[in-house]
Design a binder for this molecule. Structure first.
Ligand code: PMP
Length: 351
């Protein structure tokens, strides 16, 4: 059909499945196994539903206020969105506008090439080294922008801040985005560099470390100028991206820092324990500083393990893609959940 010639055709991102089976162990989308902070539950119960009659604050003030105080950053240096996917999509649209290709690792968050294709942004993927680390020198070439997650996904590997700064320093003429979706699980944030580098954007999410994937809250911090440009683009698409409950409940989550740190340390402890079990079972993996582990077995195919786990209602992530086809990405759940995984793996591997 002729009209179809004018359609913007895209190959969409494929999110991990959301099965709803009782007694399943769901470790495929890096969700947090613990509930949101208790204050969030209380507030949700008392919420003034009558207010939903009105549009929410366009700038999500209730949330931005709290974030500004928590991170010690001026309000006009914070931008929020519907999950960090929304923030990242807006950042791609706003900042990656050059004829030169943007650069990101070959093994990374698989939404980056989707946005690049959607917005017709030229891009080049940069192979990670054999140990899955980034070679900063690869980013010292002409480009239209740089983006990488730290820790990277799906490898879980954290790059030291010296390397991050080396990449930022080498790219003063483009916007550099550091996607810190998983940084709370043991990495170090590049946030303080946003005071020094006007072209650096650090992106964060409430979906993982704050147990709020269902509310879709993301934000980023950068220079006043970057945030202004982002807002200009956002207000040209949709003024009211973030709904009122997300603004209010998100703010409440940030106020309970003790709960936040407690759940983080539980996940980190479980992760370290699980690493030992994986090693005992014959897996190798990069040393994850995130809430997942990217593991490959020395003798048994990832595809086989993935399917056998599924039969036992244990869901992990597997991609049939170059370089990573023999790896499984396993989210860290509760100790009990990880014990079930270990037991299942023992059965599958016959050990
Ligand atoms: N960045 C990375 C590296 C991710 O893995 C994810 C989760 N899929 C996101 C961003 C987006 O998360 P959300 O939209 O839930 O904030």
């Amino acid at each position: 059909m002729k009209w179809e010639d004018n359609v913007r055709k895209v190959i969409p991102y494929v999110a991990g499945e959301q099965p709803d089976i009782s007694d399943m162990v769901k470790l495929n989308t890096n969700e947090n196994p613990y509930p949101p902070a208790p204050g969030v539950t209380d507030l949700a119960k008392e919420m003034d539903v009558e207010k939903l009659r009105l549009y929410p604050d366009t700038n999500a003030e209730p949330l931005v206020d709290v974030l500004s105080e928590y991170y010690g950053v001026a309000k006009n240096r914070i931008f929020v969105g519907v999950g960090s996917d929304d923030v990242l999509a807006m950042a791609f649209l706003t900042f990656f506008n050059s004829d030169k290709p943007i650069l990101f690792p070959d093994v990374t968050y698989s939404f980056y090439d989707v946005w690049a294709n959607l917005y017709r942004i030229p891009y080049k993927t940069v192979p990670l080294k054999d140990d899955w680390s980034i070679d900063a020198d690869d980013y010292k070439v002409p480009n239209g922008g740089v983006i990488f997650p730290n820790p990277n996904a799906p490898t879980g590997l954290f790059e030291p801040l010296e390397k991050v700064e080396e990449i930022i320093k080498a790219n003063p003429d483009v916007v550099v985005i550091v996607d810190e979706a998983y940084v709370d699980f043991g990495g170090e944030s590049a946030l303080s560099f946003t005071d020094k580098y006007e072209n650096l954007l650090v992106v964060r999410t409430f979906s993982k470390s704050r147990s709020m994937a269902g509310l879709r809250i993301g934000f980023c911090i950068g220079s006043e100028k970057l945030i202004k440009y982002l807002n200009d683009a956002k207000y040209s698409v949709n003024s009211y991206t973030m709904n009122l409950p997300s603004q209010i409940l998100g703010a409440e989550a940030v106020k309970d820092d003790r709960y936040f740190k407690e759940t983080l340390s539980k996940i980190i402890n479980t992760r370290e324990r699980f690493k030992k079990e994986l090693t005992r079972l014959g897996f190798t993996f990069p040393d994850s500083k995130s809430n997942f582990i990217f593991a490959s077995h020395k003798t048994v195919d990832a595809d086989h393990i993935y399917n056998e786990l599924r039969k036992k209602n244990i869901f992990v992530r597997h991609w049939n893609k170059d370089r990573i086809a023999n790896y499984l990405r396993i989210t860290i759940g509760t100790d009990e959940e990880m014990d079930k995984v270990v037991k299942a793996l023992e059965e599958i591997l016959g050990c």
